[in-house]
Design a protein around this ligand. Structure first.
Ligand SMILES: Nc1ncnc2c1ncn2[C@@H]1O[C@H](COP(=O)(O)OP(=O)(O)OP(=O)(O)O)[C@@H](O)[C@H]1O
Ligand SMILES: [Mg+2]
Length: 422
């Protein structure tokens, strides 16, 4: 370097007196040759010393990194062992936003996963618990037939008593394959984070070997579907129907507007609305739910899932999903509360098979609106309320999604009606 600099300076310097000046620039007390010898031996020494220091430092860093790795590996294996999940990659599942769930204590192969959707951490008192299959077997008398409270397309629901005395609804899923696993994961992921008095609470889950079970708070009055359409149950009165309509509207309002990103339920229907001992309604079944973060131009392109009769027409035909698809399904539930009819009933006379087509022209016709009211109400309802609820239902089931209201608007329209009841 030094030689180079001198060289450049020398090359740049004009000949004559200035040249000697250039040499003097070194402030040298030694003859040039001696000067270079001393300089080179010093710099060699410096180079050797700094080389050794660098090597020593690198070695120290390497040793520290190795020690840290060994330490963290020990900690991780201890925590997996504590969860009973000793081994491998299958114990973790990564999604866009990942945290790691603990699996059932005696899971060996398949642990769970979770995703932080930017919601609050699980509730303080009532953290979602992890159960072993054995514990749930004990809770349900060995999954006895006498404990069955319902059967759905994807599993059997048992009434059980947990070790701490809590009465629970234990849903054993028999959905196999990727789709079943996905639905299970979504339900656990979402319900671990979404807490609202209008959603059925997830108490825990079990992912013990191939078993997949969900443990929910027990809703003693069961599904709205049974109360509305099974003749053996006492008909729901007008006030209770309005209260249920408001509870459900609040549930969807929470999912669409108070959750970031918004959640689209995708399977909102009467069998997924459960009633507690006071007939307060809560929404369940989040296996098909979609997060608004998956949107493209405000829509989610997806495989059409859900239940025939509740599907918004644009979603059924194109698979493009928005929160307005849930609003349509909500409109269908409102129609059932008003009429006591199911969405598709081929036993009815021609022209009345499809509830929405039969109801739409009547909903906004003051003369005809009374004709469609559930005869089980025996005329015990407020005509003024009926006209308002029918108008809300008509808006919700509009074929054009943009004309459907937001769930906040539905909530605001129903509040005064429910207030007036009391
Ligand atoms: N938390 C709960 N408390 C009380 N009963 C429940 C609970 N969850 C489910 N049930 C009962 O079990 C039944 C079956 O529920 P499940 O969710 O498996 O199927 P579904 O909603 O009826 O139909 P689908 O499979 O199409 O969703 C419900 O209709 C209800 O009667
Ligand atoms: Mg259900």
């Amino acid at each position: 370097m030094e030689t180079g600099t001198t060289g450049v300076a020398a090359a740049a310097a004009p000949a004559g007196p200035l040249h000697s000046h250039t040499l003097n620039y070194h402030h040298s007390h030694y003859p040039p040759s001696q000067h270079h010898a001393i300089l080179s031996s010093t710099s060699i020494l410096i180079i050797i010393i700094s080389g050794i220091s660098v090597i020593v430092l690198v070695l120290i860093f390497l040793i520290m990194a190795i020690l840290r790795r060994i330490k963290s590996a020990k900690t991780r294996s201890t925590s997996f062992k504590d969860n009973g999940c000793v081994n491998n990659n299958s114990c973790r599942f990564s999604s866009h936003h990942t945290i790691t769930f603990t699996s059932s204590p005696d899971v060996r192969g398949g642990c769970l996963y979770g995703s932080n959707l930017g919601h609050k951490s699980p509730r303080k008192h009532g953290v979602v618990q992890v159960f072993t299959y054995k514990e749930l077997e004990v809770a349900t008398d060995g999954f006895s037939e006498t404990k069955v409270i319902g059967r759905g397309a994807y599993g059997v629901v048992y009434k059980g008593i947990l070790a701490d005395g809590t009465v629970a609804a234990i849903k054993m899923l028999h959905r196999q394959g990727k789709q079943g696993e996905r639905a299970f994961r979504i339900e656990v992921d979402l319900l671990s984070r979404l807490h609202s008095p209008y959603l059925v609470e997830l108490l825990g889950y079990c992912a013990d070997q191939h078993h997949r079970l969900l443990i929910f708070e027990f809703m003693s009055n069961g599904a709205l579907q049974n109360l509305l359409h099974h003749k053996q149950s006492q008909p729901l009165d007008w006030g209770t129907r309005l209260q249920i309509a408001l509870d459900c509207a609040r549930a969807l309002e929470f999912l669409h507007e108070h959750t970031i990103p918004a959640v689209i339920h995708r399977d909102f229907k009467c069998s997924n609305i459960l009633l507690d001992e006071n007939f307060h309604a809560k929404v369940s079944d989040f296996g098909f739910a979609k997060m608004g973060s998956e949107k493209i131009n405000g829509q989610i392109s997806t495989r059409v899932m859900g239940t025939a009769g509740y599907l918004a027409p644009e979603y059924a035909s194109t698979g493009m999903l928005t929160t307005k698809s849930d609003v349509y399904s909500y409109g269908m539930v409102l129609l059932q509360l008003l009429t006591g009819r199911i969405p598709v009933d081929t036993k009815r006379p021609p022209g009345e098979h499809v509830l929405v087509s039969w109801a739409l022209p009547r909903l906004t016709n003051r003369e005809k609106v009374g004709e469609m009211v559930d005869p089980a109400l025996r005329g015990l309802y407020s005509r003024k309320d009926l006209i308002q609820v029918a108008a809300i239902a008509a808006m919700c089931v509009q074929p054009e999604p943009d004309y459907r209201p937001l769930m906040t608007d539905v909530v605001q329209s129903l509040i005064p009606l429910v207030k007036n009841l009391s």
